[in-house]
Design a binder for this molecule. Structure first.
Ligand code: MOS
Length: 673
């Protein structure tokens, strides 16, 4: 199906958060900390307050009243301590955006700066083992004897990979318009990945009951994790609106987004592995060092895919975290699995080279019967089928494994492969269905962040109703609709689709007019199985032998992700994820400012993402996978599996082209030269 809201979007009728009209709206512009670690000794707002149109200045001089358990970046102006450079330390509310912005420069914040530490290193004395890693995994696991396995092995590797800070960069910046009614009810037009959860987080931050708050987000221009939790813009708009008694709009600039809307933690990852003469793993170890802020512990699950991927008698995974004077890292495009699989799948390629094996055969040889760490059976696992089908389509059999020997003019040519995996989960959701105006209307507080969720749910509902999708209308993006989990963790379609299917079935089996479903029980009763999507990515690159420029000539992804709901939407999701993986491999990097804290590059001029000109031939296909133990649709999530593994496939192809193994992303010309 084509996007049901496509026409509204291309004609500009689809409204995004900052575009909602509000009578008498005022504008709020934040003031950010100049220091990475400091104590605020005073905020002088007098000059700002005297400027044209200024209505109020908010700061820790007179902290806004917030909820008792507000934490982290949402605890606006509650403390005098600065935790990172760029943190919001004050804000100006004025009649126009320009007046607010001008007056923000006139707010004088006095600091007592302290020495800061913003550099992640794997020998940092502050590294510790977190209790859990996201979302709820043990930090460490260990079975068998890794040292003994490595000692026995015919071929081993011991390699360290590093990945930089990366930023989500949704096309639509974070923005909120907040308005309070006369009797204290709050409506926020917020750019969010989940209206229900956003409503709950905003209510908790403000210390008001959730039923007094409504979040509306009918259209969202991307999130990639950065809109999965409430950000300071929504709480700032709400407290500013309360302070001036008018609706208030906060629209963050791209530059501000870099500081306060999350990012992917940098990682330092060591992988040790060994195989016997037949290529069977005897030991695998994946150790990760990563960072969090002093405000909140965010512990990314980077080594968890090693617990899922390969059979080995000895397996150890470990996460260490250090709290630095930095903003809190957050969810970004397959958090954990994505950087973790870059390291693991690069290491598998290095191991294949060390053992003299084909990298596909090495993976097939180590295919497990059950989930390696837990021992649980897989609901379905078709990694081998993806690798085989990909090899056939890509022409892998003709590949000469020798690196650095294929040359076309100035270009060195190489190919690479990597596997991908992402958990298939779902969360409880509600939905309703009703007959209306000769058709059906389905209501659910789901979010369409540009992925096509509204369209996929229209198709799922039509299937369940036995109706033409043209007579089904899905309403989403409003916390007043039936409660739904967020668009995140690749579980939107599985979670919402289950509720939509059950609500439609309730309508059909009941009075034929109304249906409702709450999947809490069904989700809780699901069989305990290892549920994951799998895939294989193949890349062909050419590397300029003189300049080190890397171009991707061909990219192929083959996925096994349960039933595919809609071919058009799925292809778009997969190639979008793979395109982001190309960005991760070759371009995306935020540079930490070691001297002053914060980040050096703050915009799309200096933080590069792939554009159409960077993508030549890209293809995504999938194999039929029938898995009826997941959910009523038999679908696994497809939002994130496309990015997982892609960077490793590119890095492995760059090695094959050049003989140079770059273990530090992104693979820039400077590193190859
Ligand atoms: Mo995605 S990082 O699960 O929003």
């Amino acid at each position: 199906m084509n996007r049901v809201e496509g026409h509204d979007k291309v004609t500009g009728r689809a409204l995004y958060s900052a575009e909602y009209p509000a009578e008498g709206v005022a504008y709020c512009y934040p003031v950010q900390s100049e220091f990475a670690r400091a104590r605020i000794t005073g905020v002088d707002a007098s000059a700002a307050l005297a400027m044209p149109g200024v209505l109020a200045v908010l700061s820790s001089e007179d902290p806004p009243e917030l909820g008792e358990d507000v934490t982290g970046e949402l605890a606006l102006f509650q403390h005098r301590e600065v935790a990172y450079r760029g943190q919001l330390v004050a804000a100006v509310v004025a009649d126009t955006y320009e007046n607010a912005r001008a007056a923000a420069r006139a707010v004088v914040v006095s600091y007592e700066p302290e020495p800061h530490d913003v550099r992640l290193r794997d020998d940092h004395p502050g590294l510790y083992k977190p209790d859990k890693v996201n979302p709820d995994y043990p930090a460490d696991t260990e079975k068998g004897d890794v040292a003994a396995g490595l000692a026995e092995a015919a071929a081993t590797i011991d390699v360290t990979y590093t990945t930089p800070v990366m930023h989500n960069n949704p096309m639509e910046p974070h923005a909120s318009v907040a308005m309070w009614s006369g009797d204290g009810e709050l409506t926020v037009h917020d750019s969010t990945q989940g209206a229900s959860a956003d409503r709950d987080m905003i209510a908790q931050a403000l210390g008001v009951p959730p039923e007094r708050v409504r979040v509306v987000a009918r259209h969202v221009g991307g999130g990639f994790g950065s809109k999965g939790t409430a950000r300071p813009n929504s709480v700032l708009a709400a407290v500013a609106a309360r302070a001036v008694g008018r609706p208030v709009k906060v629209a963050l600039t791209r530059r501000q987004m870099y500081d306060v809307t999350g990012y992917r933690t940098p990682t330092i990852q060591r992988v040790r592995a060994g195989v016997d003469a037949a290529g069977r793993l005897l030991a695998l170890e994946h150790e990760v060092a990563e960072q969090s802020s002093t405000l909140v512990e965010f512990a990314e699950q980077t080594a968890t895919p090693a617990r899922v991927m390969y059979a080995t008698p000895a397996l150890r995974t470990a996460h260490r975290l250090v709290r630095l004077d930095v903003a809190t890292p957050s969810w970004m495009r397959a958090p954990g699995e994505c950087p973790g699989m870059y390291a693991l799948e690069s290491a598998m390629d290095e191991l294949a080279v060390a053992a003299g094996l084909d990298p596909i055969e090495l993976r097939v040889t180590n295919e497990p019967d059950a989930e390696p760490e837990s021992g649980m059976p897989f609901s379905s696992r078709n990694l081998v089928a993806c690798l085989r089908e990909g090899a056939r389509r890509f022409g892998w059999d003709e590949r000469d494994p020798s690196p650095g020997i294929r040359r076309q003019g100035r270009w060195l040519i190489g190919t690479g492969v990597a596997a991908s995996t992402y958990p298939a989960r779902r969360r409880p959701s509600q939905a309703s269905a009703a007959v209306e105006d000769g058709g059906y209307v389905v209501k659910i507080a789901a979010a369409d962040i540009g992925t096509g969720a509204r369209t996929a749910l229209t198709r799922i509902a039509a299937d369940a109703l036995g109706a033409d999708p043209a007579v089904v209308r899905v309403e989403l993006g409003d916390s007043d609709l039936p409660y739904a989990p967020l668009a995140g963790g690749s579980m939107g379609t599985a979670s919402w689709g289950s509720a939509v299917t059950m609500a439609c079935e309730d309508l059909v089996r009941g009075d034929g007019k109304q249906g409702f479903a709450d999947t809490t029980e069904a989700v809780g009763a699901a069989a305990k199985l290892a549920t994951h999507a799998f895939g294989a990515q193949f890349a062909e690159v050419r590397v300029d032998a003189d300049t080190g420029e890397v171009r991707i000539s061909r990219m192929l992804g083959v996925f096994a992700a349960g039933r595919i709901i809609d071919e058009t939407l799925a292809r778009s999701q997969f190639i979008g994820g793979m395109t982001m993986g190309i960005g991760m491999a070759l371009m995306e990097e935020t540079i930490t400012d070691l001297e002053f804290g914060g980040f050096v590059n703050h915009d799309l001029a200096q933080y590069h993402v792939p554009v159409n000109a960077d993508i030549e031939r890209i293809e995504a296909v999938w194999i039929d996978e029938d898995d009826d133990r997941l959910n009523p649709m038999g679908a696994k999530g497809i939002g994130e599996i496309g990015i997982v593994g892609t960077a490793a496939a590119v890095a492995n192809a760059v090695y094959h082209a050049t003989g140079r193994r770059v273990r530090d992303l992104p693979i820039t010309p400077a590193k190859l030269i």
